[in-house]
Design a protein around this ligand. Structure first.
Ligand code: PEP
Ligand code: MN
Length: 341
């Protein structure tokens, strides 16, 4: 339910409404606009009549949000969500590029890649340390040792780091080390994990599940948003289809469709969505042309010997070329890349 306050409603009127929301066992989510404040009353609203709030002083109108996803919907928050991340913004006119290895493999590997992607124009560094591998017999990531290397890479390059979280027990250490917690495709419906990151105030990159609909992706984001963590970005990373020529099928439709459904920034991962390095630049360019708010891409200094996802990893040289091309595509659609520090 959305409670739209009169322009100029007083602080005490807003607080009075919040108190009534809590008394109805709902949770209040306040959006303070330039002219008007909107208060979301989220929870099981079926039995709650709108008149409960309509009669309160300072209330202009009360409407029910028709979609099952509430806090992520455009209806609740018509403007794009734009939030800062260490030197740049996500969700605005300028598009950040997040790049780095699939997995952190060693200190030297990570530092070499971090400097190379920074040089080529990346705005943030990615690198997994807890890896969700299909087989339990292959490299599973360096764990906390990898977080130390990421902290060093961050220190040397100034790039914020994006790292996948796999379990609730990792929240504390992740909050300490990382700028963005990635929820991987396989954990998109791990509701305990979603709730746990929703309790933090660390930004979250939520990847679409392998066979999740866009509505399911938004419902997953509700678990994070309803905990009060509003710094959520969504990521299309390819879905399972009958096609076997590529690892996954990039659902490029997801970009404009999500932009219509939600105010949250939409990022595209051309690496996992194709699985083949040679196709990555084309799909990254198509994503920017389609309106994506960011790109997250795998880059490796020695792809043939990578411990995970080498086939889809760009070399630093190919990444640098891709960034130059992305800039021109971004400008053609009246946007730009975030300039590198
Ligand atoms: C990754 O980013 O390395 C990863 C495992 O991605 P996904 O969850 O999209 O498969
Ligand atoms: Mn990977």
């Amino acid at each position: 339910m959305m409670i739209i306050m009169n322009p100029g409603a007083s602080r005490s009127q807003i607080e009075h409404v919040i108190k009534h929301i809590e008394d109805a066992h709902l949770s209040p989510h306040v959006i303070e606009g330039i002219e008007q404040t909107i208060i979301g009353a989220v929870g099981d609203t079926h039995a709650v009549p709108t008149s409960l709030f309509e009669v309160l002083p300072g209330v202009l109108t009360v409407t029910r949000i028709s979609k099952p996803y509430k806090l992520s919907s455009r209806q609740f928050h018509p403007e794009n969500s734009v939030f800062p991340l260490d030197g740049f913004s996500i969700g605005g006119k300028e598009i950040p590029v997040i790049a780095g290895p699939c997995s952190v493999e060693s200190r030297s590997q990570l530092l070499e890649i971090a400097h190379a992607v920074k040089e080529a124009g990346a705005n943030a560094l990615r690198g997994g340390v807890f890896k969700p591998r299909t087989s339990p017999y292959v490299f599973q990531g360096l764990g906390e040792e990898g977080l130390e290397y990421l902290a060093e890479a961050r220190e040397q390059t100034g790039l914020p780091v994006v790292v996948e979280i796999m379990a609730v027990s990792q929240v504390e250490v992740m909050e300490k080390f990382v700028d963005v917690m990635q929820i991987g495709a396989r954990n998109m419906q791990n509701y305990n994990l979603l709730r746990a990151v929703g309790e933090t105030r660390t930004a979250v990159l939520l990847k679409r599940g392998l066979s999740a609909t866009l509505e399911e992706l938004l419902m997953a984001s509700e678990y994070i948003l309803s905990g009060g963590n509003t710094r959520v970005m969504l990521c299309e990373r390819g879905i399972r289809t009958f096609e076997t020529a590529t690892r996954n099928t990039t659902d490029i439709n997801a970009v404009p469709v999500l932009k219509e459904m939600t105010h949250l920034p939409v990022i595209l991962d051309p690496s996992h969505s194709t699985g083949v390095a040679g196709y990555v630049p084309s799909i990254a360019k198509s994503a920017v042309a389609a309106g994506a708010d960011g790109i997250i891409v795998e880059v490796h200094n020695d792809p043939t010997h990578a411990l995970s996802d080498g086939k889809q990893s760009l070399t630093p040289e190919d990444f640098a070329k891709m960034v130059r091309d992305l800039k021109r595509v971004a400008q053609a659609v009246d946007r730009d890349l975030v300039s590198s520090k």
